[in-house]
Every structure is written in C-alpha cells, then in structure tokens.
Design a protein around this ligand. Structure first.
Ligand code: SF4
Length: 335
C-alpha cells in the first residue's frame, strides 16, 4: 500500500477498535469500555492508534469536566486542587518550575471552569469543584502496517522494543492487512514476543469480525505489587487526556471538508474521508488549502439549496462530532 493508503488503513483500524475491543476477548463477549485516538505519543514515540480502556463510572466523572483535553499544567492544578479553600501554593505540590507559571495555570483552569478561584488580599485561593477521577484503566498502542515487509518489520521491532522498555503502554499490537492470507511467520519472528498481531481483512469494509488475532500480546504493565514511577503515571495521564480531547475523527480539522469534492464514504461500519476529484482517500497533507483541485463549496450549498444547515462542510463536522459523542456515551454506559 502507498503512504496514502496507510492513512485510510489507520482510520479503519481505529473504527475496528471501537467496534471490537478487546480482540482477544472473542466475538460476542462484552466490549471493554474504551476510547480510541490516533497519532499521539511522546517526543520520542508517536503511536498510530491508541486505545484507552476506561473505568465507566470514573470516565463519566471525567466527562463532567468537559470535552476538551487538559494539558499537563491544567492537570497539575485540577488533580491537586483541595476540597476546602486554600492558597494555591499551599495546596499544590511544587511543580519543579517557578510558581508564577502555576499561577497562570490556576487562572487558565478557573477560566475553563474546572476549579473555583478567589482572591484573598494578594493571595489567590482555590477550591476544587469535584475530584479528578482515576479514569484510565489501560493504555494500548497499535502500530498499523497494512503491508508488512522485512524493512517495516525491522523498524517495528525497534519501536515495539521501545514500548516494552518504557512501559508507558500496558499492551502493544501490530495491525496488518492480510486479505484472507496468513501473516508470514518469518516476519512475525522479527517482532518482540510481547506485541500482539492483529490480522485484518478490511476488503469488505470494517466490522467487528474484520480481524483475527494472529498472536496474543503479553502485558507490559508492571507486575503485581510493582508500581510505575509517578512521572510515568503523569505522562500516561497526559497522553490519555490528549486521546480524550482528540479522538480519531478530528482529521477534518486539518482537511478541507468545505471543498466541493470532499465526501464521507462508508467502508462497512466506518466513515472515511473521500475526494471525488482524486477518486481516493486523500491524506491530510493533500487535502489542504494548497491542493490544486480545491474548490470551495458553492455559497448556495450553505443556504437553501442544501438540506444540511451550513452546507456539507459544516454538516460533515457535525456528523463526526456526533459520532464521537456517541462513542463517549457508549464507553460511559458499559456496565
Ligand atoms: S480536491 Fe483537494 S481539497 Fe478538495 S477534497 Fe480533494 S484533496 Fe481535499
């Protein structure tokens, strides 16, 4: 597959994960409550697809803080904000950088209505609105390689070895397209045994049974009785927060759904972007203001001539936002 096809493959893997998580549990077993995001990670390592398994009640409590990501500065304030009014310097642990930056974060946090703030003389006091919940159960990283060849397997082996070493994720997978064929055993031998292999067949679109487990992963989480160090825990939470805010349907933010050639097409139970001019799934880089075929949707599409208020561009965004909200509702309601 070409790099373009890797983008569309990634979207299909994301949708599959939503429909079938966890693949080792078997079809028909209850879904694990989870949310899915793409292209996230740390400075050293960016993952293609991330599945954040959540505790439903705690996730519902997280949602009460709103739909947006909390960055590391906001998290520092929200996680440690006290139940009773207190000077922020008494209440929060020293962040390891100057307090004036924390003060800015306190203002930002209160500005987003995540905590309460009041001035007492020249001191800023804070109080939490509600406790920040412990909503992240497990973080699972998936690398997507529709065409697994020797060089891809070598690169992946290094990346997955890094995942095993850092312990940021609880589990790592490789997803590869097989269209009914077996994954070549010689290539599998290159990969760390801890990583699971998901053999997908999306030729008929995405559904919950569009993949098989070719190799079961072993957990990367610390053994019973061991704990991750607090920095790793914080980093994991920051990643989970970004996954929560971003999801995997935010590609429209960097694409041009307001172009008359932009469409959302169905691939089984997935909706993926499609360019009618190029007759393929465009990448974010292609589908931008510099695209030579870009053509703005005619103004009349945005008014009376189009059944969706605001024209198809705005309509696509609303469809994707609604789907994201639906998936969040589902993660929260799983018993
Ligand atoms: S023509 Fe260009 S901008 Fe328009 S949908 Fe296709 S790739 Fe995107």
């Amino acid at each position: 597959m070409t790099p373009d096809a890797e983008f569309s493959y990634e979207l299909l893997v994301c949708r599959y994960a939503e429909l079938a998580w966890h693949p080792s549990d078997g079809l028909g077993d209850d879904l694990r409550p989870s949310i899915v995001a793409r292209q996230l990670g740390t400075k050293e390592r960016r993952w293609d697809t991330l599945v954040i398994e959540v505790d439903p009640a705690a996730f519902a409590a997280r949602r009460r803080f709103g739909d947006r990501t909390m960055d590391s500065d906001l998290l520092h304030v929200v996680r440690h904000a006290p139940a009773e009014w207190a000077w922020y310097r008494d209440a929060l642990p020293h962040p390891g950088y100057p307090w004036r930056y924390v003060r800015q974060a306190v203002h930002r946090t209160a500005g987003r209505d995540l905590i309460e703030k009041r001035r007492d003389g020249n001191r800023i006091r804070i109080r939490r609105k509600r406790p920040y919940p412990d909503w992240v159960e497990r973080i699972v990283a998936i690398e997507n390689k529709p065409d697994l060849d020797r060089s891809a397997a070598d690169r992946l082996a290094d990346q997955l070895a890094h995942d095993v070493e850092t312990g940021l994720a609880d589990e790592a997978w490789l997803a590869t397209e097989t269209t009914g064929e077996r994954v070549e055993p010689a290539l599998l031998r290159e990969l760390p045994v801890e990583a699971g292999i998901l053999a997908t067949d999306f030729s008929g679109g995405v559904d919950a049974d569009a993949a098989d487990v070719a190799w079961h992963p072993s957990g990367l989480a610390p053994a019973e009785g061991e704990r991750r160090d607090p920095e790793t825990e914080t980093l994991r939470l920051e990643i989970a927060e970004r996954a929560y805010g971003k999801g995997w349907r935010s590609y429209h933010e960097t694409m041009r759904p307001d172009c008359r050639h932009f469409e959302l097409r169905r691939e089984g139970r997935a909706l993926v972007p499609y360019c009618a001019a190029k007759e393929k799934v465009p990448t974010s880089r292609e589908c931008s203001g510099s695209c030579p075929s870009f053509s703005p949707e005619p103004p009349q599409w945005r008014t009376k001539g189009w059944p969706i208020e605001g024209g198809p561009g705005k309509g696509f965004k609303r469809v994707l936002a609604r789907r994201r909200a639906r998936e969040r509702d589902r993660a929260e309601s799983v018993e």
